[in-house]
Design a protein around this ligand. Structure first.
Ligand code: HAM
Length: 453
């Protein structure tokens, strides 16, 4: 049998044409960077709800909005958040810009707010200065559930006063934020006193942990000399008995610091804000003094949840950054973690997802009606009547179906005849009753029907 020779097909060079002149059509698709994420339209209802709650609270408690740049000098964070913290040592996005300046994508905003307070002479204003922000932060952390490399925070900072009522006002804002979203939370709280008190405590902590060295995990052994306060954060099971017997910082506070903390707790009792005294809570940023706290959901698997938010007092930060001494305190809440908690809570309690509520649906039939409908819809803009419409569905049946899905009370129908008569049909979706009304009277009739007068 003759050998069948495989003929090699002539290789065709496919020249793909790009819509951009001079650029070969791209074949590669791009993924979002690891640890980053798109906030998609299906998430919008949650994000809107959170933003409204945050903004309402800022107005009620009289915080003014501040917007600081995403990029800052690296040293701003090194001096505030601190060398030896995970954020500064491991997680900052640092690079050199075109002028050779070493800049960082902000890992948090408290340092930026303190910088802005100093740089804009805000100490000259009537104190306290109360500022709030909402925006993305960047930490090159190991991504996992609830931990991203770009994430949003809403934060409230009160600069220029030291008063337990300030600390409590910030905790109250955080507590009300979650209350408004229907999420049950509790506050974990501690006082880490002044740097001098902390130093005395750290000496005690170090000698206690040195005496238990052989029971500790590798990380904890390193922490003894590198960052002893972080010993209290260890989650490794073998280290827990050692941690439970560790000295507690509150026992190393002097009278003044203790009294300050007691006052904070008294206020919380009075406001019936649920809190848990947590002697091991020290926070992962260096600028704190006195009160520190974190907010945790009280649902889901106990112990499995990460903090939804955290904050505390930072009386020395402004001075440390070169400003006139100005005691301060603040709180920041994680938006992604809050959205995740809302979904989890809704699922556990069978609560339907929040949805955008429309008042009416505008249905049109035919080209001329479509054109006229656009005018009417635009005229009704600003009246407070929320109108849904879909110009890509042409049959009345499909549009009524869409209206039904949106659960609107009324549908306005505009056909060829109505365009000529300058009228519209209003259909009551519950009773099915229809009435013809003059287009000019539409706004007032709708307002009456929707009780907007
Ligand atoms: P923080 O505890 O580092 O505090 O962050 C506050 C909240 O931001 C956390 O409780 C969490 O919800 C969220 N968060 C932190 N890291 C991530 C991440 N990698 N992925 C998703 N969410 C995250 C601060 O940032 C301080 N500036 C708070 C403050 C304000 N202290 C005084 N004023």
């Amino acid at each position: 049998m003759p050998e069948i020779k495989k003929t090699k097909k002539a290789e065709k060079k496919v020249v793909s044409v790009s819509p951009i002149p001079g650029v070969e059509k791209a074949k590669k698709t791009y993924n979002v960077l690891r640890g980053m994420h798109d906030i998609l339209p299906r998430e919008e209802k949650y994000w809107k709800q959170l933003y409204h709650a945050a903004e309402n609270l800022s107005e009620y408690f009289q915080f003014s909005r501040i917007e600081t740049p995403l990029l800052e000098e690296v040293n701003l964070f090194v001096r505030s958040v601190g060398k030896g913290t995970d954020i500064v040592d491991k997680e900052m996005y640092i690079f050199e810009d075109k002028d050779g300046a070493r800049v960082a994508l902000r890992p948090e905003a408290t340092a930026s707010v303190a910088r802005a307070y100093i740089g804009n002479g805000m100490w000259n204003m009537s104190q306290p200065v109360k500022l709030w922000y909402w925006g993305p932060m960047f930490r090159h952390d190991r991504p996992q559930a609830g931990r991203y490399r770009e994430f949003f925070q809403v934060g409230y900072e009160t600069l220029g006063v030291k008063d337990p009522a300030t600390d409590v006002e910030l905790i109250l804002i955080a507590f009300n934020f979650y209350k408004e979203l229907g999420l049950p939370v509790e506050i974990h709280i501690n006082s880490i006193g002044t740097p001098a008190e902390r130093e005395r405590y750290i000496n005690e902590l170090v000698s206690y942990y040195r005496s238990k060295r052989s029971y500790l995990c590798e990380d904890c052994r390193n922490r003894i000399s590198k960052n002893p306060l972080r010993l209290l954060d260890c989650k490794v099971e073998g280290c827990q008995p050692v941690k439970e017997g560790a000295p507690q910082i509150v026992d190393w506070l002097d009278e003044e610091s203790k009294n300050y903390f007691m006052k904070v707790l008294e206020y919380l009792d009075e406001l019936a804000i649920p809190y848990v005294l947590t002697p091991t809570l020290v926070r992962g940023l260096d600028y704190y003094t006195h009160t520190v706290f974190e907010i945790y959901p009280t649902f889901g698997e106990p112990g499995s949840q990460s903090a939804l938010g955290g904050g505390g007092r930072y009386d020395l930060l402004v001075e440390e950054l070169g400003g006139k001494p100005a005691p301060a305190a603040g709180v920041a809440l994680g938006i992604e973690r809050t959205v995740h908690a809302m979904k989890q809570y809704a699922e556990e309690n069978k609560i339907p997802a929040p949805e955008v509520k429309y008042d009416i649906f505008f249905a049109q039939l035919g080209d001329e009606a479509k054109r006229r409908a656009l005018h009417i819809i635009n005229d009704l803009r600003g009246t407070g009547i929320k109108i849904a419409f879909n110009f890509f569905k042409n049959s009345l049946k499909n549009q009524l179906e869409a209206a039904n899905n949106l659960r609107v009370s009324y549908v306005i129908i505009l056909g060829q005849k109505e365009v000529q008569d300058k009228s519209v049909i209003i259909r009551d979706m519950e009773s099915g009753v229809q009435e013809i009304v003059d287009q000019k009277k539409l706004e007032s009739i709708l307002k009456k029907k929707l009780n907007r007068i």
